[in-house]
Design a binder for this molecule. Structure first.
Ligand code: UGA
Length: 439
């Protein structure tokens, strides 16, 4: 078993750390935020993720995981240090690598024995070469330190499961030693390992995420055409999905992709290409389609209604997808301000994302409009003139077509997630607009 330190306790770092402990390694998670460290020690996760707290408590109780702000102690005798800090998008689309650089410097000053530094954060191709050089430049003790790439493929909402049952582990190394250390760390997971060089591993991450983003944008593009020619995108997707070359996943048309990964990684790869004097046309198209898609329903509704002013607007779902309280690049963040600007009185429901949303749009008046947060779907729908569905939460899906007809003043529904059958909504007397289907 290995002694592992993990830098950063966001989705990537914390989940990796907990899962390494779960398979038997000795893990120390490092974060700069003292209050966050105390919270984690008490078994509370700073992020909402199924099964995470349970595993945090279990492994903390048996002493396999610990949390600290003292990076020197955590790094000095670690066999491997995983870096899972953020690489946020900068205004020009490039990735901000300052957090990685800070951790790299701390590692260089702290390690007292041979150690493999493993970068899990998504970084532009070639970054890990620079991280290795950077660490060598600042290394205090005479020890062997190499950098490996080990991109992460977990999705929010199923992060623990995705890590323990990953379809593949990608490792990018430049020496037999580094490869063996990583193979050893992942051995207890019993998962397929793809071992490549460092730059290829970095590229696999972007190429995978951007391919999935492209798949979604492609389906959204086709969905918009389906509406125009009278086809049904769900039937089209089902028909396509039987072809194993296409696959059945990520064919759901909707209100566009959000989250902390696809929007950022599409722009980052486009930027990387541009730096090389190459135009990545496919990825650019995925970005463009997604931008349009986010406000597609709002535009449809604006054409249908004379005004939103004085209308009670139910908004169901605020997060970028179910199973998370994360709002990054969520469709709600684009649509709610547009609705408020037009004077809508919004009644918003989200089972876990409302508090975060209220930090950006506090409850109360906003110019001509207003926003109120309610604690169930029925309260949002009661007396509403129009309803927007932005996230396919189970609590939303549980609402029957009849309930919309019964609760709303005028049953007019714009569904960005194609939750309902067009026919059932029609039969229940609901005017139903969705994506890529009969309007
Ligand atoms: C994504 C990838 O799925 C992970 O493999 C990857 O590790 C992660 O990014 C990352 O780079 O860290 P995530 O952003 O958590 O994970 O969420 P997804 O489940 O992929 O969904 C992203 C967005 O696409 C959501 O807004 C979702 O609603 C949308 N989506 C997804 C669709 O519109 N249609 C689909 O068919 C699937």
């Amino acid at each position: 078993m290995y002694k592992i330190a993990v830098a950063g306790t966001g989705y990537v770092g914390l989940v990796a750390g907990v899962c390494f402990a779960e398979v038997g390694h000795q893990v120390t998670c490092v974060d700069i935020d003292e209050s966050k460290v105390e919270l984690m020690k008490s078994g509370v996760s700073p992020i909402y993720e199924e099964n995470l707290e349970e595993l945090m408590r279990k492994n903390y109780a048996v002493g396999r995981i610990n949390y600290t702000t003292d990076y020197q102690v955590a790094y000095k005798d670690a066999d491997a240090i995983f870096i899972g800090v953020g690489t946020p998008e900068q205004p020009d689309g490039s990735a901000n690598l300052s957090y990685i650089a800070t951790v790299a410097r701390q590692i260089a000053e702290s390690v007292e024995k041979d150690c493999l530094v493993v970068v899990k954060s998504t970084v532009p191709v070639g970054t890990n070469d620079k991280v290795e050089q950077f660490i060598q430049d600042f290394l205090v003790h005479d020890v062997r330190v190499e950098v490996a790439s080990n991109p992460e493929f977990l999705a929010q909402g199923s992060a623990v499961h995705d890590t323990l049952h990953a379809e593949r582990i990608v490792i990018g190394t430049e020496s037999k030693w580094a490869e063996e250390v990583l193979m050893g760390i992942y051995e207890p997971f019993h998962l397929p390992i793809v071992s490549v060089n460092r730059r290829s591993a970095e590229m696999i991450k972007y190429a995978s995420n951007d391919f999935l983003a492209l798949k979604i944008s492609y389906m959204n593009d086709i969905a918009n055409l389906c509406e125009l020619v009278g086809a049904d995108i769900q039937d089209v997707a089902r028909g396509m999905s039987f072809d194993a070359r296409i696959g059945s996943k990520f064919l759901n048309a909707g209100i566009g992709f959000g989250g902390s990964c696809f929007p950022k990684d599409t722009k980052a790869l486009e930027y990387i290409a541009k730096q090389q004097g190459y135009e990545l046309k496919t990825v650019k198209a995925a970005i463009d389609v997604n931008k349009e898609q986010k406000t597609m329903l709002y535009k449809k509704a604006s054409k249908r209604l004379i005004t939103f002013s004085g209308l009670k607007v139910a908004v169901l779902g605020l997060t970028f997808k179910p199973g998370t309280d994360d709002l990054r690049e969520a469709a709600s963040l684009e649509n709610v301000p547009l609705l408020l600007e037009q004077g809508a009185d919004i009644y918003a429901y989200d089972p876990v994302g409302a508090n975060n949303f209220a930090k950006v749009h506090p409850e109360g008046k906003h110019g001509r409009g207003s926003i109120t947060y309610v604690s169930n779907v029925e309260q949002a729908l009661e007396g509403a003139n129009v309803c927007f569905i932005f996230t396919e939460w189970g609590e939303v899906k549980a609402i029957t077509p009849e309930a919309y007809e019964k609760l709303m003043m005028t049953p007019l529904v714009y569904d960005g997630r194609n939750i309902y059958s067009v026919q059932e909504m029609e039969e229940a007397g609901v005017e139903y607009h969705s994506i890529g289907r009969k309007q």
